[in-house]
Each structure stands twice: as C-alpha cells, then as structure tokens.
Ligand binder design. Structure first.
Ligand code: DSN
Length: 427
C-alpha cells in the first residue's frame, strides 16, 4: 500500500516570485521525507486533495449554503459543497452533514452553539485523562462559557469509568454529554453513552475527530447511529485537507447549520470543501478500507514493540490508530523523550498519562500514531523496527558522547527505513 507519487505544487513559479516561502515548502517536504512522523493526529494527504485545496475555489465568497447564498456566482462552488455533503452522507450513513467548519475546534464551537446556552453543564472527558481543550478546559471558550463536569478513566484499567459517567450525569443533569478524546487508545462504548444520555435527557455528542477515518474505512464501529451529533476533523486518519465537519440527526439539521453559519463562521473555505469531497471519495474505496485496517494493526505492532522495549502501554494496548506509553519504567520523562526522538528524526509528542504525577509540560508519557507511516506503506515488520528505534532514542542521553553517538546511529537507521517507503516519493 504505497503512497501515490507526489508531483507537488509548482515550486518553480513560487521559487521565482517568493523564494523564501518556496524554501519553507521544500524544507517541510524534506523534513517529512527524511524522518518518521508518529504524531497521532497527522497524515499525508494525496496529490488530488492538494490539487483541490490549492485551487481557484479559494477565491470565492459563498456565505450561506448551496442554493441559498449571500453572493452571486456560487453555482459552481455549490457543486463542490453538494458533492462533499452527498459523499459524506453516503460514507457515514448520516442523516445530515455540514462540511463548512474550518477545523475540529470550530466544529465543536458550533456544537455548543447548537445545543447549549452559556452556563449549561457539559459532561466530558477530563483533559489530563485524554479529553480535548474544547471539552471544557478553562483556557478554552468551552470551560469559560459553559460548566464542565469532567469524567475520568479508572485507575486500575485506564478505561473510561462508565459508572462514574452515569453517576455524574444523574447528579448534574448535563445538557450535553461528550464522548471522544485525543489520547484514548481504546474503543468507546457508544451504546453505553447513548443509554446514559437517554436516562438524563442529554444531547449525546461524539467527538470523532481522531478516529473518524477508521470509521470511514470500517475498521472500527461507527458512532453515527448512536449520536445526536458527531464532530470530526478531515485531516487525521481520514487523510483529507485540514478542516472540520459535523454530522447529525435530521431533526438537528437546522440548529447545526445555523450554529456554523451565521453564528460562528463567515465565508466557507470552498477550496477546502472541494478537497474534503475528494477525501470522502478516496475514503470510500477498497484501497482505503485496507489502509484503515492496516493503521489499526500497525498501531498494535508498534505498541507491542514499545512494550517489548520496556515501556508500559496505557490500558494495556490499543484498538485504534494511537497508543499512549507510560515511560516511568525507563526513567525518562515525556519532554525529554520527545526531544531525544526529535534529534533522531522521529517526530512524536510528549503526553500526560492518566493520574500523571508529572506536570503537563513535562508529562510521563508519549503518544504515538500509525496513520502517516501506514500511508507511506509501512507494514508490521517496519513497525517493530520503529518501536525499537523509538526506544533506543528515548534512552540515549543527548549531550553525552555515547548518547549523541546512539542518536546519530538511530537517525541513520531512520533514514534507511524511510528511504525504503518514502512519504511523497519523487515521481
Ligand atoms: N491537536 C490534536 C491532536 O493532536 O490530537 C487535537 O486537537
């Protein structure tokens, strides 16, 4: 499963008119080609997605929705938005889709706008246990304008504590219950959340930003039949352009559309919407189904390798595209591990683990994901090698002679590994 050759934008013209920015683009291309990209929320979009996104559609103002815009001349871009909506409805079996949110956070803002009033209680996963800033953090609008009630994972299993979710729901009677996370490696029991939401009369919002691509590829169960509203991003496992989307039951369609425009956004990004349509078509193929299944098996292979190399997998493993590793057995904190890996050409992020004794800026863990390396064609054997390289980099004491030698050795092996399956191979 190799990435199609990357033909790239016309750097020649940009190189003449703006060599500094052309150099940035080439530098980033070189960075992703020469290292391992293990950030769990990143991927490599296709040339077709880039072609749509870097297109003339960027010029068009189209406030409103297809057939009902505030500007003339929208008959062509309407076709792009209709195709994106139709393709997403068919891909996910959703009753209503809005493809205008500029990002996952924008989509989430619209969910609050559609379903809650300022001050309402919202029950969501605690950020240090894997939630998201927009699920009630005090540094986000969500925690400032609403009343967050955090739920947690159990300390013994590191799985969502569904008993606590129900107890908190019965006490606080939240307007919205949110299921979804950025650092939870396991499947979420959507039926359990639906039953709790029904018991207390709450809206069930599933934030599928991380895993929607696995749903598209039928590698994990879909939240769509259970949720009142599903928010998602289009650029993670789904491998489309950077952006957001919303899916909801037909009865909520008007509220959701009005919450996106005119409440929280102005003109939609029609070039990005066209690129979302391209990604939805790509995600409907058998090739993408094989990809999504390989993302999950590759995450499992990477996790096993990291465990064999002395790390502890939070919750004991993964069912998805990501894993969370507790590094305390290695004696290395997350911040140091991230820096050492970066020096060796491996990009990943430090991450808090549940009940983390370290402050968030240091953290006791790392988060890894398999979406990008699977796009470039890595298989289970490659993932085992990646796990061993990560573990060696984490233990190499950067700044000492032996540590620097080990980092250089790991970097050499990273270069060798990615050169066999390059991201954006030259045509
Ligand atoms: N920044 C995304 C992530 O890395 O999970 C979530 O917004």
């Amino acid at each position: 499963m190799s990435t199609p050759p990357f033909f790239g934008p016309d750097f020649g013209e940009l190189g003449r008119t703006d060599p500094e920015i052309a150099d940035v683009l080439l530098g980033e291309l070189d960075r992703v080609r020469s290292g391992l990209q293990l950030i769990a929320s990143e991927n490599f979009a296709s040339p077709a997605v880039f072609a749509a996104q870097g297109s003339v559609l960027s010029n068009k103002y189209a406030e409103g929705y297809p057939g009902n815009r505030y500007y003339g001349g929208c008959e062509v871009v309407d076709r792009a938005e209709n195709l994106a909506v139709e393709r997403a409805m068919s891909l996910f079996g959703a009753e209503h889709v809005n493809v205008q949110p500029h990002s996952g956070a924008s989509a989430n803002l619209a969910v609050y706008a559609a379903f809650a009033k300022p001050g309402d209680a919202v029950l969501a996963m605690s950020l240090p246990h894997g939630g998201h800033l927009t699920h009630g953090s005090k540094v986000s609008f969500s925690g400032r304008w609403f009343t967050p009630i955090p739920y947690h994972v159990r300390q013994d299993t590191e799985l969502i504590d569904y008993d606590e979710v129900r107890d908190l729901a019965l006490v606080h009677r939240p307007r919205i219950i949110v299921a979804g996370a950025t650092a939870y490696p396991r499947l979420i029991d959507f039926a359990a959340f639906r039953s709790i939401a029904d018991e207390v009369g709450a809206i069930l919002w599933i934030d599928a930003a991380h895993f929607i691509g696995l749903v598209a590829g039928q590698a994990i169960p879909s939240p769509v039949p259970y949720a009142d509203v599903v928010s998602a991003t289009t650029h993670k496992v789904l491998r489309g352009p950077r952006g957001g989307m919303l899916m909801c039951r037909a009865e909520h369609a008007r509220a959701v559309d009005k919450a996106v425009f005119p409440f929280s956004q102005g003109g939609p990004l029609m070039h990005t919407i066209a690129a979302k349509a391209v990604a939805f078509a790509e995600a409907g193929t058998d090739d993408y189904k094989r990809y999504a299944s390989a993302v999950v098996s590759n995450a499992g292979a990477l996790t096993s390798s990291l465990v064999e190399n002395g790390m502890r997998a939070v919750s004991g493993g993964t069912d998805t595209h990501l894993a969370l590793l507790d590094l305390r057995n290695t004696g290395v904190d997350g911040r140091t591990a991230e820096a050492r890996c970066q020096a060796a050409g491996i990009t990943l992020n430090k991450n808090a683990i549940p009940f983390d004794p370290a402050p968030p800026a240091v953290a006791s863990g790392i988060r890894v994901g398999s979406a990008a390396v699977t796009t470039q064609g890595f298989d289970a054997a490659d993932m085992a090698a990646v796990g061993s390289l990560v573990a060696r980099a984490v233990r190499a004491e950067l700044g000492t002679a032996s540590g620097d030698r080990e980092i250089a050795a790991v970097e050499g092996e990273v270069t060798e590994l990615v050169s066999r399956n390059p991201a954006y191979a030259r045509a």
